[in-house]
Design a binder for this molecule. Structure first.
Ligand SMILES: [Zn+2]
Length: 123
């Protein structure tokens, strides 16, 4: 049997409102939920692999920024700075994407230059 947390009267087990006072009946908190620490959070994604790949394949200086940001994610997370870790995670992803874009544009420009030079030398 449950008891109303508002008025203390006995209420049916499956009731969601107290018949006496009409207060909403809260489900008893399960022990498992209470055992989980409130501040327990999952480490944000570091995007380190992405940053390394882009650094090797695309653009070294910009990709390196991504690696630095990515390496800070776990550092900040272990220090308990969850917000900072989230920020570095987002930054690592952002810089990796910038590196990919710059790398792709750079490669296209490089090929355009080669093709352009080839076309000019044919003239
Ligand atoms: Zn009640």
């Amino acid at each position: 049997m449950k008891y109303c947390q508002n008025c203390g009267k006995e209420i049916p087990e499956n009731a969601s409102f107290c018949p006496e006072c009409g207060a909403a009946v809260k489900a008893p908190a399960s022990p498992e939920v209470n055992n989980v620490p409130q501040n327990r959070k999952v480490c944000p994604e570091t995007h380190l692999a992405l940053a390394i790949i882009t650094t090797i394949l695309c653009c070294l200086p910009i990709g390196a920024v991504g690696i630095i940001k990515a390496s800070r994610v776990s550092t900040e997370f272990q220090a308990g700075n969850y917000e900072a870790a989230l920020k570095y995670s987002a930054d690592a992803k952002k810089w990796s994407i910038i590196a990919i874009i710059v790398g792709v544009v750079g490669i296209l420009a490089y090929f355009a230059l080669i093709v352009g030079a080839a076309v000019i030398s044919e003239l």
